[in-house]
Unconditional design. Structure first.
Length: 347
């Protein structure tokens, strides 16, 4: 049987865990959108499941009447891709009108296409994956959508990106205005009970057994991090063990951590600021894994470049969390071990 886990970034795996409750909230918000523009940024660290979530959302919207749904990538020719998708999905009556429109630029074409959709009570839903750079094309798209929304057309845009890159958006005044008006939705870590049930279902279907005593430990080792769920599941699968017991689980742990560190955590750290890294170093070298926030802020203030705002930045990126009020700890699984092992790279 083919390995049902796919630990590559941005890949869709048959075993991925969906987020139906969060998806439904956005679907409800789309249903309520009438004659306006709504933009939402889906963020979180790389590997948290943004692409999977965005694809699930787009698929769900395709089944809803009254919507034209288009999935975009950042390197797409946005306006041409949108026009082509609108034409392909539109009814015969709409395409008949689109065929006789007169325009000189791609922007004019897009505007007239959307206004024609509105005439037929159709709304436009757009997803943009890997929206990590404030490109001119993305700015043009968002500005046009905002203008069209102000003129009574209904457009919803959902963008998936990485929070740590948000300052690149805010460095541009035009982007800043659009981003600040947008809703930001951070994907939470997966529920560990859900992770355990998913592992159990996948392996049981393949006539393989995960012993009950080790199942909670396997789920806990993922920390609810979607990419970790894929790596660990893939390694357990490739081990070939018909019965996964504590010994089989322990055997794959070195490979699991190595892949987690190399494929996920090093790229995450490379995208952080110097101040962010200093906070990671301070937290990693404390004796206990959970640190009082007041103590950590004192240590941050003693450094030359870090500041309390960096701690907040790491919390927003889900690298660090508050396990209890007033306490701080790493949220990603084995991140403390990673930080100690890769101190030279982080410094």
């Amino acid at each position: 049987m083919i390995n049902p886990f796919n630990p590559g970034f941005g890949n869709i795996s048959p075993s991925c865990i969906k987020r139906p409750a969060m998806q439904q909230k956005l679907l409800d918000q789309a249903d309520q959108l009438q004659q306006g523009f709504c933009s939402i940024f889906i963020d979180g660290p790389r590997g948290c499941g943004k692409t999977v979530f965005l694809n699930d959302l787009g698929d769900a919207m395709l089944d809803r009447d009254g919507w034209i749904t288009v999935d975009l990538e950042l390197d797409d020719d946005f306006l041409s891709t949108l026009a082509g998708a609108i034409y392909y999905q539109a009814s015969a009556a709409i395409t008949k009108e689109l065929d006789v429109l007169d325009y000189d630029t791609p922007s004019e074409m897009f505007v007239q296409y959307v206004e024609t959709l509105t005439k037929y009570q159709q709304r436009l839903f757009i997803t943009v994956d890997e929206a990590n750079q404030p490109t001119e094309a993305l700015l043009t798209l968002l500005q046009l959508c905002q203008q069209l929304g102000n003129r009574g057309n209904s457009i919803m845009v959902v963008l998936a990106g990485i929070t740590s890159r948000m300052p690149q958006f805010l460095g541009d005044d035009n982007f800043a205005a659009l981003v600040q008006k947008s809703r930001r939705l951070t994907l939470p870590m997966l529920d560990l009970d859900t992770v355990a049930k998913q592992y159990q279902q996948i392996f049981t279907k393949a006539h393989r057994v995960i012993e009950p005593e080790v199942l909670p430990n396997i789920a806990a080792a993922t920390g609810g991090y979607a990419y970790a769920f894929q790596i660990l599941g893939s390694l357990l699968w490739e081990s070939g063990a018909k019965k996964i017991n504590p010994a089989a689980f322990k055997k794959i742990m070195p490979d699991y951590q190595q892949q987690l560190f190399s494929n996920a955590y090093l790229p995450i750290v490379d995208e952080l600021t110097t101040g962010d890294r200093e906070v990671i170093e301070i937290l990693a070298h404390e004796i206990t894994s959970v640190v009082d926030e007041s103590f950590l802020k004192e240590q941050i203030d003693d450094t030359s470049t870090a500041a309390p705002v960096c701690l907040q930045h790491l919390i927003e990126n889900q690298i660090v969390s508050h396990p209890q009020p007033g306490q701080v700890a790493f949220a990603l699984p084995y991140f403390r071990e990673f930080a100690i092992k890769n101190e030279a790279r982080i410094a």
